[in-house]
Design a protein around this ligand. Structure first.
Ligand SMILES: CC(C)(CO)[C@@H](O)C(=O)NCCC(=O)O
Ligand code: NA
Length: 620
């Protein structure tokens, strides 16, 4: 790297960064020493199921908003224009469906791990396969999350790469291990605020240095960065309204509907209503996060006009360039570079801590507890802490693996969500919406879904078929008209030569991965289920099926509807002997009556849980 490009920190920057780490540790320590002192798995993994909606909702956005998005989205906007912003359209259904379909089913079953659902609906084998798939997804993603901020920081400031990786990994392991889910949620709240503050600071300073809002707008218009709505139906087109706005819904469902990290937060809410409300509150915050990172990309474009600095930075990574631009802009403003670094690491820490805690939960609940039913609570809690710690160390190893990959970090993250999260989403949809699906079908569907996902995913990496040309820098507009026409013609040629056959299959837009893999699982799952004998109505565990077909076909006469969706309504009351045994051990009241509201039902379940709420409200 060209030494004149290297940026340096002032003392104030180091102080801000240190305060972030210290405050996170402090919150962990506080929750280790207060409340029940993390002596039960209920507290360590479920936050005593006592959380309010505000912390839960901030924690929900923090889970999948890491440094990958903070750096990756501006890099995407900078090189390809604002088309990516249309993913915001997917947030509407992507949050409404989890709030009204997934949360009611999962919350009322009073699970600890989402994969418990799979055992209730199908069998133990399906549960274990689901858990292992989730662990695989999270471990890879976690490596990417630790590595990204450290790599970017190293590229621009020469900050020791592995020092940063170790610092984040260790701090996060410590507070997660000490304070459990309560610490994870409350550090998420603090870190989300720091994240927004950092992004806002960069935008304000950037706009000011570029000469105001109108100047930024003029430059991004000139540079052709404001993208029109692209309605091209071609599924191999990387970003269009369809891939982002429709494919994105499935991405959102796999993250906000069935991902353990999120479901664990819904379950930690004190009532179902509170969980649904927190899901609603994610919408404005997620739109804000998206808007901030897109605007950051535009401001950066206005300032640098899309020039390529890769030779001087010693890396062709656009992600490293984003950090360079930010640090360059903030030079000479003591404290602000530190705030931005704190923003990156906040985003990363809040994601990694969710990953540690959710991994510890599923390993404990799905893989260990079923084999040691007599384990004491103290021993189980100790073991959960050891697990959270070991996943922390594994995460450092995964960071090293990520080191060996090379692509835009945003694309890598979304590909992982689609390739591994898509089939898991398919498994849950198969169980919830199709009462006929049986365990064999589910296993075959998951296997086929994962196989096809990796075939397309690895195929696209090997043939590099999904890469699109970046837009030209804004200087191109200043060239003579002839030149511009030539460039446009060249670009058109690139897009006109469509791949054929298998290559076309590999060039499926990565934004469709979640939807494609989800449908593969459902389709194969249904075919195999019908071949091996579909599940009978009386064999389906009540409360595990959502009457989707019944609701969609509401215009049909009643008897036909009943036939089609073998109605096992949500929250149907059961006789004691019909109740599956695994519910009894978590609690005896897994299936509340339909005619009660969730508030009432939680009051009967936990009369003591309601008291602090009343107290609080009367004092306010
Ligand atoms: C997952 C979404 C699309 C949700 O807005 C977004 O936060 C995102 O692009 N995340 C990328 C992955 C990450 O930031 O780690
Ligand atoms: Na985060």
């Amino acid at each position: 790297m060209d030494p004149s490009y290297q940026k340096h920190f002032a003392v104030a920057d180091y102080v801000i960064f240190a305060v972030l780490l210290a405050a996170s540790m402090g919150i962990g320590l506080y929750h280790a020493l207060s409340g029940g002192r993390q002596r039960t798995t209920q507290e360590f993994l479920m936050a005593d199921r006592s959380m309010r909606c505000l912390p839960v909702s901030l924690s929900l956005i923090a889970s999948f908003q890491s440094a990958v998005a903070i750096i990756g989205v501006p890099a995407e906007i900078y090189t390809h224009g604002t088309q990516y912003w249309f993913i915001g359209c997917a947030y509407i259904l992507g949050l409404l469906i989890p709030a009204h379909v997934f949360i009611p089913v999962l919350y009322r079953l009073r699970l600890s791990s989402t994969y418990q659902y799979l055992e209730m609906r199908f069998s133990k084998a399906v549960r274990i396969c689901g858990t292992l798939t989730f662990i695989f997804q999270t471990v890879i993603y976690m490596g990417l999350c630790v590595y990204t901020p450290a790599f970017a920081l190293n590229a621009v400031t020469g900050f020791e790469l592995w020092g940063a990786v170790l610092a984040t990994g260790l701090v996060c392991t410590l507070y997660t291990t000490m304070g459990g889910l309560k610490a994870v949620i409350w550090t998420d709240v603090f870190q989300t605020v720091v994240m927004f503050a950092g992004q806002l600071a960069v935008i304000v300073v950037g706009v000011q240095q570029t000469g105001g809002v109108s100047e930024v707008w003029r430059k991004v218009r000139e540079g052709n960065r404001i993208s029109a709505l692209d309605l091209n139906p071609d599924p191999t087109e990387r970003h269009t309204f369809w891939t982002l706005g429709v494919g994105g819904i499935f991405l959102m469902l796999s993250l906000y509907g069935v991902n353990q990290a999120q479901v664990q937060r819904y379950l930690s809410a004190r009532t179902e209503k509170e969980a649904v409300r927190s899901c609603y509150m994610v919408f404005p915050s997620l739109q804000l996060a998206l808007a901030l990172s897109c605007v950051m990309g535009l401001v950066m474009f206005a300032r640098y006009c899309g020039e390529d600095h890769s030779d001087k930075l010693g890396t062709s990574s656009k992600d490293a360039m984003v950090v360079y631009f930010v640090m360059d802009m903030l030079q000479g403003l003591p404290g602000l570079p530190g705030l931005f670094i704190a923003c990156l690491f906040s985003a990363a820490l809040s994601t990694i801590s969710s990953a540690f805690n959710s991994l510890a939960t599923v390993t404990m609940e799905d893989l260990i507890k079923p084999h040691f039913p007599t384990m004491t609570e103290a021993r189980a809690t100790l073991l959960s802490k050891v697990l959270a710690m070991s996943y922390g160390l594994l995460c450092l190893a995964m960071a090293y693996l990520t080191h060996l990959m090379g692509d835009s970090v945003l694309q890598v993250a979304l590909k992982i969500f689609g390739m591994v999260g898509g089939p898991i989403l398919g498994l849950f949809c198969l169980g919830m919406f199709f009462p006929w699906a049986n365990s064999t079908g589910a296993l075959a569907g998951l296997g086929a879904g994962l196989a096809l996902a990796f075939w397309v995913g690895i195929g696209s990496i090997v043939t590099r078929s999904s890469s699109t040309r970046p837009l030209p820098p804004c200087r191109a507009v200043l060239l003579s008209d002839n030149m511009t026409t030539a460039i446009h013609a060249a670009l058109l040629n690139v897009t006109l030569s469509r791949p054929s056959g298998l290559k076309r299959f590999y060039s499926l837009s990565y934004m469709w991965y979640s939807a494609f893999n989800c449908f593969t699982v459902i389709l194969i799952g249904l075919i195999i289920s019908f071949l091996t004998g579909p599940m009978k109505e009386e064999d389906v565990t009540p409360g595990t099926v959502y009457p989707l077909l019944g609701k969609l076909l509401c215009f049909l006469p009643e008897h036909l509807k009943k036939k089609l969706c073998c109605v096992t309504p949500l929250g149907h009351t059961l006789s004691a002997q019909q109740r599956p045994s695994q519910n009894k051990e978590s609690n005896g009241l897994a299936f509340p009556r339909e005619d009660r509201t969730s508030q009432e039902e939680t009051d009967t379940l936990f009369p003591e849980a309601h008291t602090p709420l009343v107290e609080h409200e009367t004092t306010v």
